[in-house]
Design a protein around this ligand. Structure first.
Ligand SMILES: C[S@@+](CC[C@H](N)C(=O)[O-])C[C@H]1O[C@@H](n2cnc3c(N)ncnc32)[C@H](O)[C@@H]1O
Length: 399
């Protein structure tokens, strides 16, 4: 048997992410060896085989969903959707014993809403099976074996299987959350956008539930993003290759890291939540958390990187957001020479109050909230109050 001579089956894979994170996701994919990596809107597509599909789910830090398109067609009239969906060879992807669910995103004048689009595709699947077997597979909205995604934009329709199952931001380490925790995928994306992969000591002085600290530790130690998850959607597919996934799951990813990762927060309750999340991720030996007002914190290292998500004043009420940002700016200038600080906020007024010139500005969203992610180089040496402007390569999405 000459297995080498068999062509390895490659297909298109679409990885969804948040707006602004497409370039980091594309870099992550290239690092995995993905081919034809193409950034799209809130997604990156590439070509890969089944092993790459599994790796994408297990290893990518900035992926929300990994989709496998199974059909693309035009929908010019309402009935085209049902007719085309019924032509898909569904028995290649599911059996009668499997339950399924459908979710749809759409922008089309032909259909009243996305529920109706889902319903049409559901009918097509039911009729496909009924006509050949007399039976139909069951729909299970909460915990289906097969998740189907319908994307209908104008007259273009793409139907995909969702190989992830629950969104990949659900890493599995979070036991508690404080107020306004940052999404895990956004946190990882921010750290990677900052260009940090464990090269210097890391501080989040407003760490809340510790998301940025945990994502930083996982990056520094090479811990797979999906290691704490209980399951992935593809494990319930009919073509699931357990041996292939087990080889990927048990691969050598971790590396020794000696960088320090420190978090603090003014709220001792938040610190307790952060510690329990960190403990759950098995990272207690690696991350230190201290309940402290940032304005009173002694810098934990001589130089390093700060990545933080202060209150914006939108979802969290504080006495005076403007004043907090001013004081944060003062503290950075006075005590953190030698550091690079990256701050995400939706508050333009807050940024003005920091009183430092950013060297980079990247547009991101925290949920639905448009935000800016800015870096401040805190110059070490005699001119402590001076900020140098770092000339960097502009990334797409940079303001
Ligand atoms: C938006 S939350 C951060 C959420 C965090 N990134 C997470 O994933 O859970 C902002 C945090 O800043 C903290 N904070 C507000 N003022 C502070 C100060 N002066 N010093 C330290 N932390 C402060 C709040 O207690 C809150 O936990």
């Amino acid at each position: 048997m000459h297995h080498e001579s068999y062509p390895v089956k490659k297909f298109k894979i679409v990885v969804k992410t948040f707006a602004g994170l497409e370039p980091v996701l594309a870099n992550e994919l290239k690092a995995l060896g993905a081919e034809s990596v193409t950034p799209e809107r809130r997604a990156v597509s590439f070509y890969g085989d089944k092993g790459m599909l599994y790796k994408a789910n297990f290893l990518l830090r900035t992926a929300l969903k990994v989709l496998m398109p199974i059909a693309q067609f035009k929908v010019k009239r309402n009935e085209d959707l049902y007719n085309q969906a019924k032509k898909i060879p569904w028995s290649e992807f599911m059996t009668l014993g499997k339950s399924f669910s459908i979710d749809s995103t759409m922008q089309s004048d032909l259909f009243a809403n996305s529920m109706y689009v889902s319903l049409k595709v559901k009918d097509a699947i039911a009729d496909y099976f009924r006509e050949s077997t007399g039976k139909r597979p069951s729909v299970h909205a909460e915990d289906p074996d097969i998740r189907i995604h319908v994307y209908l934009m104008g007259d273009y329709c793409e139907i995909s299987l969702d190989s992830s199952g629950e969104s990949l931001h659900k890493r599995g380490y979070r036991v508690g959350q404080g107020e306004a925790p940052v999404n895990e995928v956004l946190a990882a994306g921010m750290i990677l956008l900052a260009g940090w992969q464990g090269e210097s000591d890391f501080l989040d002085p407003m760490c809340g539930s510790g998301t940025l600290l945990i994502e930083a530790a996982m990056i520094a130690k090479g811990i797979p993003a999906g290691i704490y998850r209980k399951s992935f959607g593809f494990e319930r597919w009919i073509d699931f290759d357990e041996q292939l996934f087990s080889g990927i799951y048990n691969g050598e990813y971790e590396r020794v890291s000696t960088v320090k990762i420190v978090g603090s927060d003014i709220s001792s309750q938040s610190c307790a939540i952060a510690r329990s999340n960190i403990k759950n991720a098995g990272l207690s030996k690696f991350i230190e958390v201290e309940a402290k007002d940032f304005l009173e914190l002694a810098p934990p290292f001589e130089r390093g990187i700060i990545v933080t998500n202060p209150p914006y004043g939108e979802r969290l009420i504080t006495k005076s957001i403007a004043n907090l940002y001013k004081l944060v700016g003062d503290v950075l200038k006075q005590k953190y020479a030698g550091y690079t600080a990256w701050i995400i906020s939706s508050s333009e007024e807050g940024f003005k109050n920091i009183g430092l010139k950013p060297s980079r500005k990247i547009q991101l969203y925290n949920g639905a909230l448009p935000c800016s992610f800015r870096s401040f180089e805190l110059f070490a040496g005699t001119h402590k109050q001076t900020v140098i402007l770092k000339k960097g390569v502009n990334l797409p999405g940079e303001e």
